[in-house]
Ligand binder design. Structure first.
Ligand code: FPP
Length: 244
């Protein structure tokens, strides 16, 4: 399938759901599902770069995921560590800037070190931003942004009357990134699950039935094509209706 560059979503966000069910269907442990999911992550990143996507945000670990069995948590943390160890060269080669959004201060120190180093080593890259939501929750992000505004008011650099959408946005975790254009959630679940609540305001939503470990390049292209067919009105009306 070929992708038309015109009308490409600038920012694609993905809730990679269904690793556990994919494994259960095969009588395998959930951790095998995550390992398979990780392979898709690598593939998706390469394909997104080639397609010309500017920002790719992946939901890899939510603030609610701490309630999972310890070995699953350890596997997800180690997967990110191993990914960074093995792929910094690849990220640099592909001009990808790596970022993490979330409450990273609560992550184990070995991972904080690797994240910091990866962010540092790729900060000059301008091809695609790869944003990993890790220990991320959208309500927490909004609360943290509210705290940021409050701190500025306390410091005397901001007055409450000047807190508008533009000001508030500057306190989000990755304030410089554009809003999400296309959200993909695999596995057939029709929920947002505390992901990027602010940035998804006008996103087009796409819910393929496949579990994440089965989501292939063709599925991404299908999602992009569907996005290109949609008419986005941002609360207004169609341009061709304006003359009626
Ligand atoms: C949701 O499936 C998936 C996750 C909570 C983790 C996503 C992680 C990966 C794809 C691999 C790790 C990636 C990085 C970059 C560290 P689920 O476990 O909720 O599946 P289920 O709903 O079928 O149980």
């Amino acid at each position: 399938m070929k992708i038309v560059k015109k009308g490409l979503p600038e920012h694609v966000a993905v809730i990679m759901d269904g690793n556990g069910r994919w494994a259960r269907q095969r009588g395998l442990p959930r951790t095998v599902g995550h390992r398979q999911g990780m392979k898709r992550v690598k593939e998706l990143i390469e394909t997104a770069v080639k397609a010309g996507i500017k920002v790719l945000t992946l939901f890899a670990f939510s603030t609610e995921n701490w309630s999972r069995p310890k070995r699953e948590i350890v596997l997800l943390m180690n997967s990110l560590g191993a990914y960074l160890d093995r792929n910094i060269g690849e990220l640099k080669k592909n001009d990808i800037r790596f970022r993490v959004i979330g409450r990273t201060e609560q992550l184990p120190s070995f991972l904080r070190v690797k994240i910091k180093s990866a962010q540092e080593h790729t900060k000059a890259n301008a091809g695609m931003a790869l944003v990993l939501a890790f220990n991320y929750g959208a309500r927490q992000e909004i609360v943290d942004a509210a705290r940021g505004c409050a701190r500025s008011v306390q410091a005397g650099t901001l007055v409450p009357e000047d807190i508008d959408e533009e000001e508030f946005r500057t306190h989000l975790y990755a304030a410089d990134l554009p809003d999400v254009d296309l959200l993909i959630r695999t596995s057939g679940e029709l929920r947002i699950s505390n992901f990027l609540l602010w940035q998804l305001s006008y996103a087009e939503l796409y819910f393929p039935k496949k579990y994440w470990p089965d989501f292939c390049n063709e599925d991404l292209f299908r999602a992009i094509k569907e996005f290109q067919r949609r008419k986005r009105r941002f609360g207004g009306i169609d341009v061709d209706e304006k003359n009626n």
